[in-house]
Design a protein around this ligand. Sequence first.
Ligand SMILES: [Fe+2]
Length: 322
Amino acid sequence: MEQSFTDQSFTDLVIGAMGPKTTPKMRRILGSLIQHIHDFTRENHITVDEWLAGVEFINRIGQISDDKRDEGILVSDVFGLESLVDSLTNQIGGAAGQSTETAIIGPFYRSGSPRYPNGASIIQKDVGGELAWVHGRVTDKQGKPLAGVELEVWHTAPNGLYEQQDPDQPEYNLRGTFTTDENGKYDYICLRPTSYPIPYDGPAGDLLRLMDRHPNRPSHIHWRVTKQGYHSLITQIYDSRDDYVTNDAVFAVKDGLVVEFTDASDEAKKRNVQFELAYDITLSTSDEAAAALKRRDEILLKKEQELAKTGQVQTAYRNGSH
Ligand SMILES: [Fe+2]
């Protein structure tokens, strides 16, 4: 039979070329990916020149990335992909429940930030800006305080740059790791964050221009909150005074993560800051998250079993038996 390369039978041929040693998960995920790529290509009648432009775009994402710049994440973010993945991951069967909402990790996380005692400042060098005292409690969903929780926090300088983007900032400036005390409490001093444009001198910027969009993110602080036995929380909090809160270039703002910095109380003024933020965090247990993940896996397993049946037919096709 003569093969038509432009209809579904060709897509079936490519998907069916996977061999019997392909795992059920890879058969499902790669099969779906091939299906969507082919559908997209047919739908838009992609030409060789357009496909080459796409290939070059993907190559540039890799070429411009290094240990200080992650263009793959940036491009994902511009497409809203990381926010979608984050929401799907954490919506799993309502795993989040009443725990603190999640947000994307973004391209600027660095592990190994300096460990500070509670109350310390993450500002290693005066880069201007307004000072804020951030404090709160970490509890489980029943309200029990959790001691020994690690909180990694990071934000930009007022020039909009994270330290690894900025030769004028010391290593790990405006980043720190804190640990909750026996009452689940933490506190630290940082800058009231400022909005910033994501890097737009590469492929992510090209995309923004093609879509007539701005590159700005509302001012925020990033958090990674971890404790053995608890589901790790990656999130951001957004300053309500920022106009970009309703217009984030990477679609990461959730209503529950918008916070009010207030004028410094007497307690805060002792720390020579202008603002403060009281922010409590609630964690799910690892068991709660694992149970939710199991429910998702059961649904996907059914799909994989159905595909395995089709896979047997397609493998026969691949081996030329019909
Ligand atoms: Fe950020």
